[in-house]
Design a protein around this ligand. Sequence first.
Ligand code: ATP
Ligand code: MG
Length: 602
Amino acid sequence: MSTPRLDRDDEVEQLPPDIALKARALLKSMVRPHLGMAIFLAVIVVLTALAMVIGPVFIAAALDDGVPRAVDGDKGPLIGAIAAFIASAVASAILAFTSTRLVGITAQKILFTLRARVFAHVQRLDLGYHEKSTSGRLVSRQTSDMESVQQFLSYSLFETALALLQMVFIAVTLVVLDVPLAIVVFVGFIPLFFITKAAHSTQRNAYRRTRTSIAKVIVHFVETMGGIRAVQAYRRQPDRRGTLRRQDSQYRDANTDALRGVAWFAGWTRLVGNVTQTVIIVVGAWLVIEGWTQVGVLAAFILYLRRFYGPLDELVQAFNLYQSASAALEKIAAVLDTDPEVVPPSQPTHLPIREQGAGRSVDLTHVRFSYGDGEDVLPRFDLRIPAGQIVALVGATGAGKSTLVKLVTRFYDPSEGRITIDEVDLRDLDDAELRANVVMVTQESFLFAGTIADNIRIGNPDADDEAVVAAATAVGLDAYIRNLPNGYDTDVKKRGGRLSSGQRQLVSFARVFLADPAVVVLDEATAHLDIPSERLVQNALATVLEGRTAIIIAHRLSTVEIADRVLVMDAGRIIEDGTPNELISGTGRFAQLHRAWKDSLV
Ligand SMILES: Nc1ncnc2c1ncn2[C@@H]1O[C@H](COP(=O)(O)OP(=O)(O)OP(=O)(O)O)[C@@H](O)[C@H]1O
Ligand SMILES: [Mg+2]
C-alpha cells in the first residue's frame, strides 16, 4: 500500500484570467489617495535626474574652456564651472534625501491601508470561502506577498524612475555634446535592448514561481503548526519535514533561476558597457587627434558612460523587485476580488422587540442546500421551531446536522427556500442584528489571547464587570475563576492550556449568557466528559438556554434530556420528530440509539 498523501502541493492556485488588469486597478486605487504626493515626487525625480546628469557638462566646460582660459590668466570660467559642479552635487544630495524620505513615508502609508483592506476583506468573506481555502495561503498574502510589494514601493519604484530618466537625459546630453560619439554609444544600445527583452520573459516566469512556491511553504508550515498535536501523536514529523523540503526546494530553485537571470543580465550589460567604453576611447582619441572634438567632451562621455551603465545595474535589481512585487500584487488582488457569497441586505428588515432572555421562532421552508455544485446535503427540508423550544438534533455522521445549523446561523444561504426567525428572512437581517439574535457555540470553544474576563466579554463587548461575573456565576464558573492567581484577569494564554475542555465550554456558555441571543445553536463536542463535569456542563447549558430557542446537535444523553423535542436526521431528512419520552418509548431509530446509550453508561 502506498503511504497516504496528505499534502496537496500539486494543487495549483487558480487566479482569474484578467488578474493583471485587476492588479493594475488595485495599484491605481492604492495610489489615488496620494496622487498629489505622487505628482510632487515625479517632479522631484526629474530634478534629481537632471542634477545628477548635469555634473559632467560642467567638467567638460572646466576642461575645454576653463583650463585654457585659466592658462591665459582668466580663472573666472574655471572657478564658475567648478562651483556649478559642486552646486549640482549638493542639489542632487538634498534631492536624494528628500525623495527617499517622502517615498518611504508614502509607501508605508499605502501599505498600511492595503494590509487593513485585505484583513477586513478576508474577515468579511463567508465561511464557505474559508472552508475551501487554507489559512496558510491567506497568511502568505498578508506576509510574504505584502513584503514584496512593500520592498518595491519603498525602494525600487523611485529608483527605477530615476534610473530611466537619467538614461534618457544622458542620451540627450550625449547628442548635444557630440553626435558621432553619441552614435557609437547608441549602437551599443541595440544588444542591450535584446538582452533586456530576453531577461524580462524568463524573469517574470521565475518570479511567479517564487510567489507560488513560498505560499506553499507557508501553507504547509501553518498547517503543520495548527495540527501539531496530530503530527506528533501519529509521528508525522519525518513526513511533514520531507514535504517541506520538497516545497522549499521548489522555492529555492525558483529563486535560483530568478537570480541566474540577474547574473546573466548583469554580466552581459557589463560586457556591452565595457566594449562601448573601449570603442568610445579609441574613436574619441582619434577624433581628438584629428581635431574634430575636444578632450573635455571625451572625458564627459566616459563619465556619462559610467553613469549610464551604473543605473542599468540598479535597474536590473529594481526590475527583479518589480517582477516579484507584481506577481505578489496579483495574488493580493485575487483575494480582494473574491466576493462573499453571503451578503448583507441593502435594505435590512428589523425584528420585533423581545424581552431579555426570550426566544424567537425559527422556520425553514422548502429548504434545499448543496455545497457549491455538489450533491444536495439537504434535499428538501421543512421545520418549524416555536419560540423558546429546545431542540436536540441527533443522527448518523454525515447526516447534515452541522450543515443545518450553519444555515440557521447564516454562515451559508440555502440554495432554495427560506429560513426565517420571527417571520423575517435571515437574508433581510442586518449582520449586526442577525449575530445579536442567533449565536453559534462551536465545538472548539475558541479562546482568544487575553484575560478570562476578555474572553467572556466577547459575548458583549459593552458588558461591565458585574455582568461578566454574573455570566460566569450563571454557568458555575465563578468559583473556579476566583481561585486562579489573578482571578478574572488571568491571562488565558498562560492558563488556556490548563483549561479543561469542560471549562472551555463553560467559558463559551458564559459568552452566550452575556450575549443574550434569542436563538442558540450548539454543535456539541463529541468528546466524553466525565460524569461530574458532564453534570456541570449540562446544568450550565440548561441555565443559559432557559427561555431561548435552541438547536443542539446532541452527542450526549444528558443533553437530550433537557430538550423539549428531538429530531432524528438521516441523509438530510427528518425521520423522527417528537418529545424525548415519546421517541424513547417508541420503536424507532432513537429508541435503539437511546438503549445503546443507556447500556454504555452501565
Ligand atoms: N464545507 C463543505 N463542503 C462540502 N461538503 C461538505 C462540507 N461540509 C460538509 N459537507 C458534506 O455534507 C454532508 C453533511 O455534513 P455535516 O457536517 O452536515 O454532517 P453532520 O451530520 O454534522 O455529521 P457529524 O455528526 O459527523 O458532525 C457530508 O456528506 C459532508 O461530506
Ligand atoms: Mg457535524
